[in-house]
Design a protein around this ligand. Structure first.
Ligand SMILES: Cc1cc2nc3c(=O)[nH]c(=O)nc-3n(C[C@H](O)[C@H](O)[C@H](O)COP(=O)(O)O)c2cc1C
Length: 351
């Protein structure tokens, strides 16, 4: 049987990178904590960003694990097709972490059970979002609203742990309101309830993404719990990632906006951790990665408009970046992006 063009592109991408043969770094031997410590640079969940194409690029760039966008347990309860599209990994993805949000323990149990069944061996862990500050999520009592409800949060964790065979983890913020830090105590609650790791974003929920993330709170959570802690917030590159590991004593680090246009950051961080020098990507590598990424958008059925933000991210720092970004805003089809790439290649070759 001949391979479909979509599968062929994805397999080429996976094979070139060795991804197709990569065993799931977080599903092997040893305890979950040991495996996490051995593969500490994770691709963070990002709604509207961390789709299958983005996760594949991150994996090719060296991420041992990438998270889904956050997924509503209520959406799963109502069998929403759009929700399931967020959950299911692409066939060439070796594994995935699925992040769920909501506030109803019964919906969580149902969602965790169904996700475990549907994703099967590729499910590395289920993370519960107790961090999201967006009103659409907190109004329903989910995301960072749970930081005000430690008893309910613990009940949700206990319920989820009983419904799956994979580790259940929790992602939190420093607190809900500026100046009211709850993370260390809250982390103890959810760890006592069975969470196998806690990820901490060092901003208060009402800071949204403004201001600086406080890394000291990550260190305070490390002191407060016996389970591995995953640090998050203002990890802008490989050197930051290694610095956070060392300064905070956390087991792992999540990279979010620092991965924009920089899927190599995971491999770079691993190299820096091992004492190697930091080598930034060349202009050509950035252009080719952009090209690969837009091909993956099409191959995975994503909305091609996502390529416009990708252009801004991958082409940052190149000569006439603003001009190329401007051109990308009128790209609609894969062919539009590929012709932009051809012009870019020609300009960089002549530079
Ligand atoms: C566009 C965007 C979407 C995000 N979506 C999620 C999400 O779905 N779930 C989640 O737990 N965190 C989400 N986050 C938060 C990130 O995972 C991360 O904790 C945060 O951005 C701090 O890291 P940074 O300062 O390095 O970006 C999102 C962040 C951004 C920028």
């Amino acid at each position: 049987m001949s391979e479909s063009p979509v599968r062929s592109i994805l397999m080429q991408c996976a094979t070139r990178s060795g991804l197709a043969e990569t065993p799931c770094a977080l599903c092997g031997e040893g305890t979950f904590a040991e495996r996490l410590a051995a593969s500490p640079f994770l691709m963070a969940p990002m709604a509207g960003v961390s789709d299958a194409a983005y996760r594949l690029m991150a994996r090719v760039g060296g991420a041992p694990l990438a998270y889904s966008e956050m997924v509503s347990v209520t959406g799963i309860h109502y069998h929403s097709q759009k929700t399931w599209e967020l959950v299911l990994p692409h066939e060439v993805e070796p594994n995935i972490a699925v992040q769920l949000f909501g506030s109803d323990p019964e919906h969580f149990v149902e969602a965790v059970y169904n996700v475990t069944q549907a994703v099967g061996d590729k499910l590395a862990l289920i993370d519960i979002n107790m961090a999201c500050p967006v009103p659409k999520v907190t109004k329903g009592g989910g995301g960072s609203a749970l930081l005000d409800e430690p008893e309910l949060a613990a009940r949700i964790v206990r319920a989820c742990v009983g419904a799956t065979v994979v580790p259940v983890t929790v992602k939190i913020r420093r607190g809900r309101r500026m100046g009211e830090e709850v993370a260390p105590e809250f982390a103890r609650y959810v760890a006592d309830a069975g969470a196998q790791a806690v990820a901490v974003h060092g901003r208060y929920a009402n800071q949204m993404y403004r201001g600086e993330a406080d890394w000291d709170v990550v260190a305070r959570v490390v002191q407060a719990v016996d389970v591995p802690v995953i640090g998050s917030g203002d990890v802008r590159g490989a050197e930051d990632a290694v610095r956070m590991l060392r300064e905070c004593g956390c087991a792992a680090v999540m990279l979010a906006r620092g991965t924009y246009g920089n899927p190599w950051v995971f491999g770079q961080a691993q190299h820096v951790l091992e004492g190697a020098a930091f080598v930034p990507p060349t202009a050509n590598q950035r252009i080719e990665a952009f090209c690969e990424h837009v091909r993956l958008l099409e191959a995975t059925g994503a909305h091609m408009a996502r390529g416009r933000s990708l252009a801004g991210w991958y082409l940052r720092g190149l000569p006439r970046a603003a001009y190329w970004r401007g051109l990308a805003t009128s790209c609609v089809t894969l062919e539009d992006y590929l012709s932009l790439v051809d012009r870019l290649r020609a300009e960089v070759a002549c530079a």
